[in-house]
Design a protein around this ligand. Sequence first.
Ligand code: NDP
Ligand code: 2IT
Length: 446
Amino acid sequence: MNAYVSKVLEGLKARNAHESEYIQAATEIMESIAPVFDKHPEYEKAGLLDRFVEPERVIMFRVPWVDRDGNIKVNRGYRVQYNSAIGPYKGGIRLHPSVNLSILKFLGFEQVLKNSLTGLPIGGGKGGSDFDPKGKTDAEIMAFCQSFITELYRHIGADVDVPAGDIGTGAREIGYMYGQYKRITGVYEGVLTGKGLTYGGSLGRKQATGYGLCYFVKNMVEANGKSVEGKTILVSGSGNVAIYACEKITEMGGKVVAMSDSNGYIYDAEGIKLDVVKQIKEVERGRIKEYAERVPGSVYTEGCKGIWTIPCDIALPCATQNELDGDAAKTLVANGCFAVGEGANMPSTLEATEVFLKNDVLFAPGKAANAGGVATSALEMSQNSMRLSWSFEEVDEKLKGIMKGIFTKCAEAAAEYGDKPTNYVIGANIAGFLKVADAMMAQGCV
Ligand code: NDP
Ligand code: 2IT
């Protein structure tokens, strides 16, 4: 590996020794982009990588709120403003008990490259809290969201930093956050995306990550002489990304036979009935095991990782980071899986990714394959700025074009720099990096 890249990576590991997810993401990214530094010695002179790996700013704050029994609760809130070379910081807010700085830095780092790949003018950031929305009343969710924004509002803005949804943050949470931002600032602006359709949201945003994933996967498998039609598919998770990935891949002729949540997975040999999943997850906020109670012939199994033992042609991990490890990857390969599309951020461990690449499984890395969500967020920002709303079809057509463009960039960079033309991991990292690098070089030592 390029000596400068290697030195910066070692320094990053030493300085952030306890941040395993951050080190994992940084290792993959930096190993991938090393060949660029062989070609561009001026990058080292400009200390480009030293600057690139360090977030511009990390904000950490107290989030006090009152629960239904009048008890005071305190959570920790964060916003990692990673890189603004190509546009205002942009990225979701994760609400999950596991949230910590390591996870948000990995997500923020990935987001910088992902947002660059979209071709749209958005920098990268990520935020969240260790607040657990599960089992909370609407009033508790609102109390938390209002408190969260009461601190965060001073750090965000339509031209500064535009947060959105992620795990645990959907339309309800974005609505409460938006209302509080407007109340404090008195400004009606596109400061958050994923808003409701009555107050500035974009048609198609809800579907965008899952649909975009399927558009990317279709481009990828067809470019390699294969197809989605008639294939057996696993979709992990049953949240926003998983539901709309299942919807689109089914429309494309695939058959989804399993979905999951953090407790377990359901198997339905007849093909998942998505209206039942939507009712349980979107309307009732229930658990996936209820599917098996409602659909005769389907089976629920406790433990979410078992989903990868089901034979399939295509796997779409859409739940969370590191949900698919080396052993799961080997099982998928042994069962004949020929393509993997990451709907989640970093769902495959480094070992799993290596297994897929070694075995010539077509592998669509998250930062490319799930970029349709943030791309459509950027389209929401455009509509807010213009004070116009596009039709669903208009947004969806743009999304299709963007995902095709991302696949082409990944394939071209893989062909130029990769060990093989189908190494889309290298392709995505390099294609995403080059634009940010160029902008950072042009803007001087900042
Ligand atoms: P949701 O909160 O809507 O759904 C998350 C799903 O993943 C749920 O089924 C949840 O199960 C499961 N899950 C969450 N944490 C874990 C865990 N620790 N172990 C096992 N399962 C878990 O989130 P999204 O669908 O929005 O996000 C899913 C993934 O997609 C995340 O990695 C996110 O970063 C990524 N992503 C999201 C985008 C978006 O637009 N929303 C855009 C791009 C990427 P349970 O209900 O049991 O918690
Ligand atoms: O990981 C992601 O890309 C998201 N959670 C969506 C971010 C956004 O700003 O829409």
